[in-house]
Design a binder for this molecule. Sequence first.
Ligand SMILES: [Mg+2]
Length: 109
Amino acid sequence: MVNLKKLQKEILKNKLAKGFNTTDIAMEFCFTHEELSEAFHKFNRGEKGVGEELADVAIYLLGMSEILGFNLEKELIAKVEKNKKRKFKKEKSSDGKNIYTRIRTDEDP
Ligand SMILES: [Mg+2]
């Protein structure tokens, strides 16, 4: 199993060693978005390398998590559990497609 917190530290260490941005968080969001767009571009054209672009997205997310001081592994696990407990109401649209609407609760508003 991968230790994402350890990976976060390695990613930040590499960014610092190379003199990459670690202070302008808005720019990090833009770079992350750029990598996601690269992944979609390759996917959309049926090109190879989608996985590597998604890895770039994950690297930016992990790097930002380290810069901002939280543990993305813990955040992921907590969110996956939260999502599992969420309940949805299923309805049909006028054209017969399924529409899912989350049922809000006091615990998960
Ligand atoms: Mg890339």
